[in-house]
Design a protein around this ligand. Structure first.
Ligand SMILES: NC(=O)c1ccc[n+]([C@@H]2O[C@H](COP(=O)([O-])OP(=O)(O)OC[C@H]3O[C@@H](n4cnc5c(N)ncnc54)[C@H](OP(=O)(O)O)[C@@H]3O)[C@@H](O)[C@H]2O)c1
Length: 271
């Protein structure tokens, strides 16, 4: 069955690779980017490589939560139903630390943006067939400082990256319990995959970017994962490909999760 699939941060890296693979199978792909020129180029490239004209795009700088809201409204008005949402866009190293609203860039892009967008796109997903949400986590996960989350304390970018990734994992598990109609999985796509993010941060890689693109593809459409929800997929483990495994222990602590969601809602109530 052909699906409607939205992938954030699909102008590069593993999101783009997953988009190409999914488009080749004839699914309708909604790409997302922050730069109009790059997005148009990637739309044309994905169409050409896949021989599939059902490739469209949305623009939003996810560090700007007003733009996240606007893009969610556009998706809601232009797309009839969504079967898969891959919250893939992410940032690690960056010249600027804070967003214009005063949040750490990593918390904003890696956690607040998918949180807000998903909330707004849930009705569209519920119109989909066996809908799935794939949230990009990481092997790097660390306890969330609520001060840093709210933009009231500055922490090193490695710390806020790891905290944003535990935050998205905790929220994935929280949402999976409350939204039984939708399958929600948090995934570590593999560590040090050969993408811009990793090259800019470490100048070296351990694995190909394809390893990450392939697992996003699988989690998005493979029958094997239909109906699987509230789990953490670890692509650093397993043999041929990853396996479901354990996220950070706090991702299973209901009290801490409830507190983090309450803090998040307080911070984001303006949007
Ligand atoms: N690579 C790894 O080893 C690894 C390991 C664990 C988790 N991950 C996660 O996997 C996801 C994809 O990462 P990647 O390795 O493929 O990185 P990448 O090649 O740097 O791609 C990141 C994508 O996110 C987009 N993006 C970044 N900041 C944005 C913003 N403010 N607004 C809108 N879009 C933005 C980028 O847009 P541009 O094209 O405009 O740059 C790009 O399309 C991330 O969530 C990352 O944390 C990666």
């Amino acid at each position: 069955m052909k699906k409607n699939i939205l992938i954030t941060g699909s102008t590069d890296g593993i999101g783009k690779l997953a988009a190409i693979k999914l488009a080749k199978e004839g699914h309708t792909i909604y790409l997302h980017g922050r730069n109009a020129e790059k997005l148009d180029k990637v739309i044309a490239e994905v169409k050409k490589l896949s021989n599939n004209e059902n490739v469209k795009g949305f623009i939003a700088d996810l560090s700007d939560l007003d733009a996240v809201k606007k893009m969610s409204e556009q998706v809601n008005s232009e797309v009839a139903k969504l079967d898969v949402l891959i919250n893939n866009a992410g940032v690690f190293k960056s010249p600027n630390i804070q967003t214009k609203a005063g949040f750490d860039l990593r918390f904003a892009v890696n956690y607040f943006a998918p949180y807000l967008m998903t909330k707004r796109l849930l009705p569209l997903l519920k119109k989909g067939t066996a809908p799935r949400i794939i949230n990009l986590s990481s092997a790097a996960q660390a306890p969330v400082s609520f001060e840093a989350l709210a933009g009231k304390a500055q922490i090193p970018m490695q710390a806020s990256y790891a905290q944003s990734k535990l935050a998205i994992t905790m929220w994935s598990f929280y949402m999976a319990k409350r939204e039984p109609e939708v399958s929600i999985i948090a995934v570590n796509p593999g560590s040090l995959l050969d993408t811009n993010m990793v090259r800019e941060a470490y100048g070296k890689s351990w694995s190909t970017a394809d390893k990450g693109g392939n697992i996003l593809y699988d989690l998005a459409v493979s029958e094997e994962y239909e109906g699987v929800t509230g789990k953490y997929f670890d692509n650093d483990k397993g043999e041929k490909k990853g396996i479901f495994g354990d996220a950070h222990q706090l991702a299973y602590d209901e009290t801490v999760i409830e507190k983090m969601i309450a803090e998040t809602d307080l911070i984001l109530n303006k949007w």
